[in-house]
Structures are given as structure tokens and as C-alpha cells.
Design a protein around this ligand. Structure first.
Ligand SMILES: [Fe+2]
Length: 450
């Protein structure tokens, strides 16, 4: 039973499920495009029954998968990522070293070099099978000695996977690159001003951009058992631009303090500027959000109404002038920005996202050419998870394809896999899932090898 004393992250559409199930031949309303043949996989926190991890971000990772094949929804299944943390191993060993396999692996699942990796930003990736069974932690032959971000970037041309790891103790920030075959071929430490929570970064054809923003680590807070990361009025904010062919060489550019969990995309324009489209929180918005998702008692009562929102902003880093311009692209509150992954690091026209004001949720599409924001409205009682774009075969336009999102009723009782036409956000199909799926973080479409 949940009450108003139950933290927000354990109730309603965030309430964890108690078990692992499987269901076959799911009911489909509408018509699933036959070429959507593969698996939609999504990760998110799901504490074990009876556990309160103290923060929305701290629950054990659970994967939810929906198998589509030639117009049918073959199965749904959910599985915890069986990490060492799930088995009860501590992250800090008795000798003070870290067990980077004792983490929750709750944030994302991506495919690279034929392997599926469940990711969380403070530890090693966990390989899982296409049926969502855990294989084990991966450190790429012992070469990975830092954490791995949950937001690596695949270069659509080279197939390389660029990522980074950050930590509260040195090395504070390290850039890494896996080649297309899955070998860890580059690691380079990057000097930063201090330890901060670095959730995402940006990669273009020739540069990586690191976001050194003022959600700073506090040893005092960590020792007191509070959230170790929190807003700092003094840390400042900067973007670090690193040429991909000179790993470790970073030039920093000051920006106005803010926080960004998610970068939608980044690219280099004809003038040589490095452009990033981000879901940006003003200082008062990130502090409201941070209060609402953690153990702060005051935050729980009013979180739905008080939580701040991010809006889409564009930063243009001009290396020649040494400046960064900032433009707000829309006043629509949004999160979980996504684009066509074939355009990762290249200029894109369309960016997809989701909105939730507490009383209205929607899947959104921003058009960078016109500035227009289109919405697929879900009403007051249903929220949408991240919308993942799947391109149509032989498409002629960027937005020919579909958006996949798991929706959940606000009472947490029911979920669908929603399939939208990305070109007009109309609903193509809805797969009824056999249970309410707690709203989570990120996922990916994993097409069958053809
Ligand atoms: Fe994220």
C-alpha cells in the first residue's frame, strides 16, 4: 500500500513492480508496421519489493522489452539487471576501493558490436542477452578502469562508440572510445575544476563537448548520508570542447550557470561553430526538480506542482571568437530529447521529446527549420516515456519512420507501447502491455539483423 508518506519515486506511475513476468501475443490496436521487426528495450529504476533506495535514481535497474515481428507483438518481458549490487555487494570495498560492478545499471540499454549493454553512470556496463538475461559486467578486457556514462554516442559513419566516465575521486573525468568491433582503443584523462554530476555529453563529427555544470559533489553531504551532488552557487558552468583526434586536449568556454541532463544532438555548422541542442534547466528549476525526486520531505508534498521544467536551448560554441551564444528555441517544457540516430553529430531538423506538466502529458516534435512544436497529446491521466525514433526503410525524408514510447497511467496500473508516425505524430498502433510499466529512463530499438 502506498500513502502520501511514500516517496514520489515509489508511487503512481513510478511505483516499482514486484516481479518478473512474460506474456505472449499481446493485443494490438491499429496496425504495426511489418518492418518494425526487432526489440524495443527500456531501462529504469525498480527497487526490490520493500526497498526504499532513498532516491529515484538509486533503484536497481529493470529492463522491459517488447518483441515485435512482422506486424505482431510477440512478447513482453521484464527482468532486473542482475548486478552485484542486486546481490547485496557494497560499492565501496573494505579496503576503500570501488567495486564498479556493484552498481544499479538502471539508466539506458544500447547495442554496440553485437552486444547489449545496460548502463548507469557510476559503474561498469552490464551485458544482457536479447531475452534480457544478465551476462555480466564488462570492462573491455580490463581496459576500462572508470565508470561509463549511460549516454554514449555512436558515430553513424565510423561505428565508434564515444563515451566518458566521471567520478568523485580522481580521475574526475576520462574520455573513452570503443571501435566498431567493441575494442576499447582510446582512454584519456581530462582536467576539470572539480567533481560534478555529468550525465550526458555531446559528440559531433570532429569534437566531443563535455558539460561541466554546477551540480557539485560534496564530501560533507556524502558523509552525512545526504545526496552527494547538489547545486553550487559558486562552481560556475563551462563547456569543454575536445577534438576527437586529440583526446584529452580540452578548451573550456564559460556559460551561464544552469543544468542539463540531456543533449538532443550536436553538430558543426558551416561557420565552424559547434552547436548543441539541449534540455536546459535554469538554476531555480533544477533545484526544484532535485528536491522532488530525492528524499527531501518538503519536496514530496508538492513535487508534482513545484518541479521545474527544462526547455530546449541551443548553444553555439564559436572557437574563433572564444564565445558561446545561447538561444531558447521554445518555451515548451520538455525532457528526454531524441533525434534520428543516423544523424547523431550531424545537423538534424527534427527533435523529439516528451512533456509532462503534471496535468498534461504529450510526445513532442520540434522542427528546427520552422520553430514549430507539434504534440501528440496523451491527456491528464497518462505519461509518456522517452520517444525513440526508428527510421523507415528507404526513406526519402528525415521524419519518415516511427516513434516508440512506453506510456503509463498516472495510477501506475496500465501501460502501452505507443507507436506514432514521426511525420505527423498520429497514432499508428498501440500494444497493450500486460502490466503497468513504471516510468523509467532510456531505451533503444534493436532491429533484427537482416
Ligand atoms: Fe539520461
Amino acid at each position: 500500500m502506498t500513502t502520501t508518506d511514500t516517496p514520489l519515486y515509489l508511487r503512481g506511475h513510478l511505483a516499482p513492480v514486484p516481479d518478473e513476468i512474460e506474456a505472449r501475443d499481446l493485443p494490438v490496436e491499429g496496425s504495426l508496421p511489418p518492418e518494425l521487426t526487432g526489440r524495443y528495450l527500456r531501462n529504469g529504476p525498480n527497487p526490490l519489493p520493500g526497498q526504499d533506495p532513498g532516491h529515484w535514481f538509486a533503484g536497481h535497474g529493470m529492463l522491459h522489452g517488447v518483441r515485435l515481428r512482422e506486424g505482431r507483438a510477440e512478447w513482453y518481458r521484464n527482468r532486473w539487471v542482475r548486478t552485484e549490487a542486486l546481490e547485496g555487494h557494497p560499492f565501496v570495498r573494505p579496503d576503500g576501493t570501488f567495486d564498479r560492478a556493484a552498481v544499479t545499471a538502471n539508466t539506458h540499454i544500447v547495442g554496440h558490436a553485437g552486444r547489449l549493454l545496460a548502463l548507469v553512470e557510476n559503474g561498469f556496463p552490464y551485458e544482457v542477452t536479447p531475452e534480457l538475461e544478465t551476462v555480466g559486467p564488462r570492462d573491455f578486457g580490463g581496459r576500462l578502469t572508470t565508470a561509463m556514462t549511460a549516454h554514449p554516442k555512436t558515430d553513424p559513419t565510423t561505428g565508434d562508440l564515444h563515451f566518458f566516465g566521471y567520478g568523485a575521486l580522481p580521475p574526475l573525468l576520462t574520455y573513452h572510445r570503443l571501435d566498431a568491433a567493441g575494442e576499447l582503443v582510446t582512454s584519456a584523462e581530462i582536467a576539470v575544476a572539480g567533481p560534478t554530476m555529468m550525465h550526458d555529453f555531446a559528440v559531433t563529427e570532429r569534437h566531443a563537448v563535455f558539460l561541466d555544470l554546477p551540480m557539485a559533489f560534496s564530501l560533507e553531504a556524502a558523509m552525512a548520508g545526504s545526496l552527494p551532488y547538489g547545486w553550487s552557487d559558486t562552481y560556475g558552468a563551462r563547456l569543454g570542447v575536445m577534438p576527437l583526434d586529440r583526446p584529452g586536449e580540452v578548451r573550456w568556454f564559460e556559460i551561464d550557470p544552469c543544468y542539463v541532463f540531456h543533449v538532443g544532438n550536436a553538430f558543426e555548422d558551416a561557420a565552424g561553430r559547434i552547436v548543441l541542442d539541449v534540455a536546459r534547466y535554469a538554476p531555480e528549476d533544477i533545484t526544484a526538480v532535485w528536491d522532488s525526486i530525492g528524499p527531501n520531505e518538503a519536496g514530496h508534498a508538492s513535487a508534482a506542482a513545484a518541479a521545474g521544467v527544462a526547455t530546449l536551448h541551443r548553444w553555439a560554441v564559436d572557437p574563433a571568437a572564444g564565445t558561446v551564444s545561447q538561444t531558447q528555441l521554445s518555451d515548451q517544457g520538455l525532457e528526454f530529447p531524441t533525434v534520428d540516430d543516423d544523424l547523431a553529430g550531424r545537423s538534424n531538423r527534427y527533435l523529439y521529446a516528451v512533456a509532462d506538466s503534471g496535468t498534461r502529458a504529450a510526445v513532442l516534435r520540434h522542427d528546427a527549420e520552422t520553430g514549430a512544436v507539434a504534440a501528440h497529446e496523451l491527456g491528464a491521466d497518462v505519461v509518456a516515456g522517452e520517444a525513440v525514433f526508428v527510421p523507415a526503410a528507404d526513406r526519402r525524408h528525415e521524419d519518415e519512420g516511427w516513434l516508440l514510447s512506453i506510456t503509463t497511467t498516472r495510477d501506475g496500473r496500465a501501460s502501452d507501447l505507443l507507436v506514432l508516425d514521426a511525420s505527423d505524430l498520429s497514432r499508428v498502433a498501440r500494444v497493450a502491455l500486460p502490466r503497468g510499466v513504471p516510468a523509467g529512463f532510456h531505451g533503444s530499438w534493436n532491429a533484427d539483423e537482416s
